[in-house]
Design a protein. Structure first.
Length: 171
């Protein structure tokens, strides 16, 4: 779960590069490769909005929704009929991470955060195409983005997690 949250927070940060950028929507393919070169792939959609709203909807291989609404993280897992709700206590200015990234070349930047290095890759049109890093378990993580949309008008109620009746709630 920590790597999902880290991915979510980093993704929110990346879209804050431009001062006039206030929201982002994209499809994603996330791959996580362990030290034995075993790889698992996740597919879904991400929607983010300034200052700290996000929705990661994982569609495959299992459905899962991760909501960030202000300082509350809610993970809804329909297959397990459960929801995990926790306060994100880190008072992290996640938008400053990208602002401290250093340009490597026309299509790549590097950011350092919590003793981790992140490689950001951009397309020729300056759209974010991927984020790569090693997580706390030394897995190689790569998140590829497609169908990117910037500055989409989003109502913050979109980020309110609605927990289905009868689901177990873990706090």
């Amino acid at each position: 779960m920590k790597q999902l949250l880290l991915s979510m927070l980093l993704a929110i940060v990346v879209y804050a590069n431009e001062t006039d950028l206030y929201s982002f929507r994209a499809d994603f393919n996330q791959s996580i490769q362990d030290e034995h070169n075993k790889t698992i792939h996740y597919y879904g959609t991400v929607i983010t909005k300034r200052p700290n709203f996000a929705l990661w909807h994982y569609i495959r291989p299992i459905e899962k929704k991760l909501y960030v609404y202000h300082n509350v993280l809610t993970i809804i897992e329909p297959d397990m009929e459960q929801a995990i709700v926790k306060r994100v206590t880190d008072n992290i200015d996640i938008f400053s991470i990208i602002n401290h990234a250093k340009t490597i070349d026309a299509n790549h930047s590097e950011a350092h955060y919590n003793d981790q290095k992140f490689l950001l890759t951009f397309q020729q049109d300056h759209q974010l195409s991927s984020i790569s890093y090693r997580d706390e378990l030394d897995n190689r993580v790569r998140i590829n983005f497609s169908k990117q949309q910037y500055n989409v008008d989003l109502n913050t109620t979109l980020f309110n997690a609605i927990i289905p009746e009868g689901f177990d709630i873990i706090k």
